[in-house]
Design a protein around this ligand. Structure first.
Ligand code: 5AD
Ligand code: FES
Length: 348
């Protein structure tokens, strides 16, 4: 089958055979990317119009007990200066965010034992008490099911946990033995069962990733049926074992955003900061390729440089306080518009 027929088939069926995915993802012609993007944008507009949802990201701790080989805040990175936000600081971020029009707060952090279930539940319920019209999203890693249940009962609505790779073999290339794909998947299915809106995802171009691995990721996402799907290019960090590895590509990330939009027409898909980091217009291109969410940083400007999963992260300097205005312009310039609402996933 020719590549253009494959794109038509993906647009019509939302699925392809492994061989067809491989042809699509590996095709060299840039024109293919253009066709794919326009098909994805058609689907996106048919469901979400030009709406782009905003999520206020609060990076509240960069302590982490894990040691993932790709991540700049891994436990063994002695060069990382560690910080934690107090509950008051987090509430202050929400207050500023609310004034700016945010109705979803994403609490993201490393796996930091300092924040016990009791503390997390306290923060979540405090946010819900002050901002009952807002959604709270947690992104704090792998936990026992009981903990996930406790956060949910405290008011958490959504949970982001990228699966990172759906291949056992690739998973062991990216993570030390103490972590397993099995537990990662257990977490994601537990979260769904409890009733969270769940987000999964993976890095594009992470070390040792093959096209076959990416196809496994797409198959896993079909099985999980997440409400949100986060992908972004892998970007290397000098203080990790992968310091010498090359970054993921813009073109493949955009192509995958379009593939995801065609496979999951209703999904909430962010155009990520990592995409904006590898290209000055990366996030605009991501929106045009099918993404419909942006996640500006609401963390206090003083700590933004310290939450460095990868190098050269944007929005960490003096301009950072204006992220929302900047992003608004960027979203508009791409032909879309930010909407102020919780932006719950639309369902068939
Ligand atoms: N480059 C790009 N993305 C990264 N992440 C972690 N480290 C990197 C990196 N070096 C992503 C992971 C994680 C999310 C919070 O950030 O996918 O789930
Ligand atoms: Fe942060 Fe543009 S979005 S400065």
């Amino acid at each position: 089958m020719k590549v253009y027929d494959i794109i038509k088939k993906l647009a019509a069926d939302g699925n392809l055979s492994d061989e067809e995915f491989k042809i699509l993802l590996e095709a060299e012609s840039m024109a293919i990317g253009d066709t794919l993007r326009s098909e994805a944008d058609k689907v996106r507009r048919s469901i979400y119009g030009t709406d782009v949802y905003i999520r206020g990201l609060i990076e509240f701790t960069n302590y982490c007990r894990n040691n993932c080989y790709y991540c700049g805040i891994r436990r063994d990175n002695k060069n990382a200066r560690r910080y934690r936000l107090t509950e008051e600081q987090i509430m202050q971020c929400c207050s500023e965010g609310y004034e700016l029009g945010f109705r979803t707060f994403v609490l993201q952090g490393g796996e930091d034992g300092y924040y016990t279930d009791e503390i997390v539940c306290g923060i979540v319920s405090n946010i819900k008490l002050h901002y009952p019209d807002c959604a709270v999203t947690l992104s704090i890693g792998e936990k026992p099911k009981e903990s996930y249940k406790a956060y949910f009962d405290a008011g958490a609505d959504r949970y982001l946990l990228r699966h990172e790779t759906a291949s056992e073999e690739h998973y062991t290339c990216l993570h030390p033995k103490s972590m397993s794909l099995k537990n990662r998947k257990r977490c994601l299915f537990d979260l769904k069962e409890i009733g969270y809106q769940v987000g999964a995802g993976f890095m594009v171009g992470s070390p040792y990733q093959t096209t076959e691995n990416i196809i496994e990721d797409l198959r896993f996402l079909r099985e999980l049926k997440p409400d949100m799907i986060g992908i972004g290019p892998y970007i290397s960090h000098k203080d990790t074992p992968f310091a010498q590895c090359k970054n993921g590509s813009l073109e493949l990330t955009l192509r995958l955003l379009s593939v995801l939009r065609l496979m999951f027409p209703y999904a909430l898909i962010p155009s990520t900061t990592a995409l904006g980091t590898i290209h000055p217009q990366g996030r605009e291109m991501g929106l045009k390729a099918g993404a419909n969410v942006v996640m500006p940083n609401l963390s206090p400007v003083g700590v933004r440089k310290l939450y460095q999963l990868y190098e050269n992260k944007i929005c960490t300097g003096e301009e950072a306080a204006q992220c929302i205005g900047c992003l608004q312009n960027r979203v508009n310039s791409a032909g879309y518009g930010i909407v102020i609402s919780k932006g719950d996933v639309k369902r068939r």
